[in-house]
Design a protein. Structure first.
Length: 421
């Protein structure tokens, strides 16, 4: 029996060592950036501090505030109506409100830029039929405020999903008690339901924040200078790797700050849903309240999915004869290949870490789990720069063959999306 115990003890140690090695490999791009930061000249940081850091910081946090506000607006209120009230089209809207996640945020930005442009359908229609009114709408829409609303349209389903689950789990006990205390429907929602749902709302909001910090395509197209666009500009346009590394490290510190706040919040404040809560019963709505609920739930779906999809499909039909199907098939094949291989390896590696955590309940496994779970919060620009710096440091000839390669792309996807797997 003692021999068997020693055998399993040694086996567990081997699995733990393997998981530690895997975790180090996944975190190497981040370690590389901090290592490279030590050898950057001080003049580079002075230039960053005096010229661009304030603008990047202000724009990044301003964009976060705008996107967060409208994401909460589009996500929380419809989730409340869907979870508690019965009205026509509810079942359809319950599914439809998830659909904007299917449209990448940069596609959403490109689409609305065309829709709102001078030659777009809105301004063209107004010039043709209401010329005086068209002057009011003839504005430059490539502004950070408009970008924040567009990003919110693409990202609000994160908050909607979390709130939808939370509101459904609350049951009717809290609502019944608040009504017995004489609270109105609005006060019940504001004073009872929202505080109880804060952990869920904060979790969804955290994902929105990480996506905003990671966004490059839409931000670049709108000409907004954030940390992410600054990294690419310094790295690719200016050839200033030192500034790019410094911006990457600053962005990492911002991400770690949000990550720590999220973890600390959930560790200090816990809410428990009683198992004896009544099953959620839907209340009927009539008249103006019914119309309001339908409009509030339909509006995010309309501008977040229906209008962009209709506009894109219309452009597809108009330019169908110009499509190069050979290029389209190649792009489709590459997309499916990269996504399927990445997904397979991510699930495989995630199962490995879960298996090690299952057979060995040690503190090391906890730290490994926390470390690799940060991958989703790390922007792709930071991971990409870290990987290229890493392989350049290992061997210049080897790294030049890997730049833009299938292997490096898969590596980056594993680092970023392993937490999801």
């Amino acid at each position: 029996m003692e021999i068997i115990k020693k055998f399993f003890y040694l086996e567990n140690k081997r699995w733990i060592i393997g998981s530690v090695i895997f975790a180090i490999l996944l975190l190497l791009p981040i370690f590389t950036l901090f290592y490279k930061l030590i050898y950057i000249e001080g003049n580079s940081f002075n230039y960053l501090w005096e010229n661009i850091l304030f603008e990047y910081t202000f724009n990044t946090f301003y964009l976060i505030i705008i996107t967060s506000f409208f994401s909460l607006l589009f996500g929380v209120i419809p989730a409340w109506f869907i979870s508690n009230y019965r009205f026509k089209g509810r079942n359809f809207l319950d599914i439809a409100l998830y659909l904007p996640l299917a449209i990448p945020s940069y596609i959403m930005a490109f689409t609305y830029s065309d829709i709102l442009s001078y030659t777009g359908p809105i301004q063209s229609f107004l010039r043709k039929n209401f010329n005086d009114l068209s002057v009011i709408f003839n504005q430059d829409y490539l502004q950070i405020e408009v970008l924040g609303i567009i990003l919110a349209l693409a990202l609000y389903p994160y908050i909607y999903t979390a709130c939808r689950v939370s509101f459904s789990l609350l049951g009717t006990n809290y609502i019944d008690i608040s009504k017995n205390l004489g609270l109105s429907t609005f006060k019940t929602f504001y004073k009872i339901i929202l505080p109880l749902s804060r952990p869920a709302i904060f979790s969804g909001l955290f994902l929105v924040l990480m996506e905003v910090l990671n966004e490059y395509g839409a931000v670049k197209y709108f000409g907004v200078n954030t940390y992410t666009t600054g990294i690419f500009r310094a790295w690719l346009s200016m050839g200033d790797v030192g500034t790019a590394i410094q911006l990457s490290v600053i962005l990492l510190l911002v991400v770690f700050m949000f990550f720590y706040i999220e973890k600390y919040y959930h560790s200090t404040i816990k809410f428990y849903y009683g198992t004896n809560s009544k099953i959620q019963t839907l209340q009927g709505l009539d008249g103006f309240k019914k119309i309001t609920a339908i409009l509030v739930c339909f509006f995010p779906f309309l501008i977040g999915f229906l209008i962009p999809v209709v506009f894109i499909l219309n452009n597809v039909f108009l330019t169908f004869s110009q499509v190069d199907f050979n290029d389209l098939l190649e792009l489709t094949y590459n997309t499916i290949k990269v996504s399927s291989v990445s997904a397979f390896l991510i699930v495989l590696i995630a199962l490995f870490f879960l298996f090690v955590e299952k057979i060995s309940k040690t503190r090391i496994n906890y730290y490994i789990s926390q470390s690799i779970s940060m991958g989703y919060a790390i922007p792709g620009a930071v991971i990409g720069l870290g990987l290229i710096m890493l392989f350049t440091y290992i061997d210049k000839t080897f790294s030049s063959a890997l730049l833009g390669s299938f292997f490096l792309l898969i590596y980056a996807y594993i680092v970023r999306f392993l937490a999801v797997g």
